[in-house]
Design a protein around this ligand. Structure first.
Ligand SMILES: Cc1cc2nc3c(=O)[nH]c(=O)nc-3n(C[C@H](O)[C@H](O)[C@H](O)COP(=O)(O)O)c2cc1C
Length: 145
């Protein structure tokens, strides 16, 4: 199986998690960028609004996707759903190709159906490294074969 790790980040948490996963699995790492202003209080409010309204944004990838079998997509949770750039990215793909990893402060994503797997990394209640270890261990068997 060929995997690629794709992430979006606003403040660096999902980037850090994506880097750890791609380093453990030895995969490429691709960033989703949207060129929106999400910083500061106004940016935070805008982000919440975009997520709540399910607004899509224009995105670019730091490099083109290669010939993958399955993607590992790492994204922050915004107002109970995925960040707008991640939604825009995922709207172009079948969920059945995606392992979703969601970083958040305290809650879990509700819309979980159709993905190969959904993993929550919850800052307040979990050890990030333990969750990543458990998550990546499922892939090790495939990579060795
Ligand atoms: C607009 C916005 C909405 C958020 N909504 C939630 C939420 O509903 N539940 C939660 O636990 N965390 C929420 N968070 C916190 C982020 O999911 C969390 O800090 C995440 O790890 C940030 O990832 P990043 O550093 O990759 O941007 C929200 C953050 C933002 C900016």
């Amino acid at each position: 199986m060929k995997y690629e790790v794709v992430y979006f980040t606003r403040t660096g948490n999902s980037k850090r998690v994506a880097e750890k996963i791609s380093s453990k699995l030895g995969t490429d790492l691709v960033e989703i960028k949207d060129h929106m202003r999400w910083n500061g209080f106004i940016g935070y409010m805008r982000a919440g609004f975009y997520s709540t309204m399910d607004k899509k944004v224009q995105i670019t990838l730091s490099e083109p996707l290669k010939d993958y079998d399955e993607l590992i997509v790492v994204s922050p949770l915004w107002a109970g759903g995925l960040a707008s750039a991640t939604r825009s990215f995922l709207s172009m793909l079948p969920r059945g190709k995606v392992h979703l990893v969601v970083t958040s402060i305290g809650s879990m994503i509700k819309d979980r159906s159709g993905y190969i797997s959904v993993t929550d990394i919850i800052e307040r209640s979990q050890s990030e490294d333990d969750v990543i270890e458990k998550f990546t261990s499922h892939f090790m068997h495939d990579l060795i074969e």
